[in-house]
Design a protein around this ligand. Structure first.
Ligand SMILES: N[C@@H](CCC(=O)N[C@@H](CS)C(=O)NCC(=O)O)C(=O)O
Length: 218
């Protein structure tokens, strides 16, 4: 059976888990925290979570895992059949990661561990995310999902990229980024209302205290 390595507080782990649950793919979860076991790097070369284990071997990098799952388990599709529409979903996924998730993550040392992030970095991150919001406002017209009636990988990726972004921007700038993109709040609430999202959010909340303790013990 497929195995999923990672932990419930990781937004990347949750992206993959959301897709596994949505598609009804059977899997075992292997609780794994980055940096705790050097042997884990033989599975995930950068030591990051998530990674999956299949009969053929290990696979890391969330966007790659998501592409693999879509190709290997086409039932309950999360990518459009049309080539162009697929590319547009990939465009949104890439933007969500590059201009929401990754910049926000640079604020994590301060948000999670109280280690001051420089004002220069804060200004740079804010500028990147502000541009990301403008780009998202141009690309995303939720009705109700990002690309119409059916949920796609774009919705899943954006949801879990936004989790990080909301947390960090609220904590550092008291900035409600969701308000910057028309329709995003309604979309975000709709996404949070699914049974899968509720399950993952609950596990994330439950794991947060232990996670923060582990981060601060480093
Ligand atoms: N590029 C990776 C990023 C995954 C990632 O950053 N995971 C975090 C947990 S949310 C992690 O493993 N951090 C530990 C580290 O960076 O060493 C992916 O797409 O899967």
């Amino acid at each position: 059976m497929l195995k999923l390595y990672g932990f419930a507080v990781s937004n990347y782990f949750n992206m993959v888990k959301h897709v596994l649950l949505y598609k009804g793919i059977a899997f075992d979860e292997v609780a794994t925290f980055p940096g705790m076991d050097p042997a884990y790097n033989s599975k995930s070369p950068m030591g990051k979570v998530p990674c999956i284990e299949t009969e053929q071997g290990y696979l890391a990098e969330t966007s790659v895992i998501l592409s693999y799952l879509e190709a290997a388990y086409p039932a309950r599709p999360l990518m459009p059949a049309d080539e162009w529409q697929r590319a547009k979903v990939s465009e949104l996924m890439k933007m969500a990661e590059l201009y929401f998730e990754l910049p926000a993550r640079r604020l994590f040392p301060e948000v999670l561990a109280g280690k001051k992030v420089s004002d220069d970095i804060k200004a740079e991150v804010r500028e990147t995310i502000a541009k990301g919001c403008k780009a998202m406002a141009q690309l995303a017209k939720p009705s109700p999902y990002m690309f119409g009636e059916a949920m796609t990988m774009g919705d899943v990726a954006m949801r879990y990229c936004l989790v990080t972004c909301k947390l960090a921007t609220q904590a550092i700038y008291q900035w409600d980024v969701v308000a910057e993109v028309p329709g995003l709040r309604e979309w975000d609430e709709m996404m949070a209302g699914s049974d899968i999202a509720k399950q993952l959010d609950k596990a994330m909340q439950e794991g947060m205290t232990a996670f923060l303790a582990a981060v601060n013990a480093k």
